[in-house]
Design a binder for this molecule. Structure first.
Ligand code: SIN
Ligand code: FE2
Length: 223
């Protein structure tokens, strides 16, 4: 993530700072609007530190497609992909070094969000950092490379808004469009753990904290 900032804008996000609501998507899945707002600047500071050690990169899928979303990781395990498949690794394939440690503020938020959604004791060992620029998108997919599917996924949105696609257990199920703003957190697990989801192509814009990007942090228990 680059540290460029936009011209000062009215604080459009403050209104949601006290949001304590939980918006159910369906059993096992909730949106927690604004939950990450109080920590957003700390989180982005921590993300910048991680990316200084493990830079963003555009991974190639087993199908040979170069992903439009730029990715990196922190934590004991990191999600990666190349022409041979998707997997979690303990080291960054670019450097051969272990992925940067999971910053404490990130781990704490993930645990709190999971608990708020009814998943106590969540201890993520992987955080995928996704950076979206204008036009970047994530097609419908399941998160299914983790061993313990009893553990939820915690997904934190920072920076530019996006439209999250929330489908069902089958790819063909109807897909809902869920607008996600800076500070929103989505948690899915239990009966919704393998539901298809994705992100529509990001609209261009400028956010005071992330410039022309959306940053998504996806916490998983992968081992
Ligand atoms: C993901 O599915 O890994 C990311 C979802 C998001 O960017 O909101
Ligand atoms: Fe995903």
């Amino acid at each position: 993530m680059r540290a460029e900032r936009c011209a000062a804008t009215p604080d459009l996000f403050a209104a949601a700072a006290d949001a304590q609501d939980t918006v159910p998507l369906e059993p096992g899945a909730v949106v927690l609007p604004g939950l990450a707002l109080p920590q957003a600047e700390q989180l982005l500071h921590d993300v910048a530190g991680v990316l200084a050690q493990a830079p963003l990169r555009h991974l190639v899928t087993p199908g040979g497609y170069t992903m439009s979303v730029a990715m990196s990781n922190c934590g004991p395990l990191g999600w990666t992909s190349d022409i041979t498949g998707y997997r979690y690794t303990a080291t960054d394939p670019l450097s051969g070094r272990p992925w940067p440690a999971l910053p404490a503020a990130m781990a704490t938020l993930a645990r709190q969000a999971a608990a708020r959604a009814g998943f106590d004791g969540f201890t993520p060992d992987a955080c995928l950092i996704n950076q979206y620029s204008a036009g970047a998108r994530l097609s419908l997919h399941q998160d299914r490379d983790e061993h313990d599917l009893r553990q939820p996924i915690v997904s934190v949105s920072l920076g530019l808004p996006a439209v999250f696609l929330w489908g069902g257990a089958r790819r063909s199920a109807p897909v809902r469009r869920i607008p996600l703003s800076h500070g929103d957190v989505v948690v899915w697990g239990g009966p919704a753990r393998l539901h298809y989801h994705g992100v529509l192509a990001l609209k261009g814009g400028c956010h005071p904290l992330t410039g022309e990007h959306r940053i998504n942090l996806t916490f998983r228990c992968a081992s």
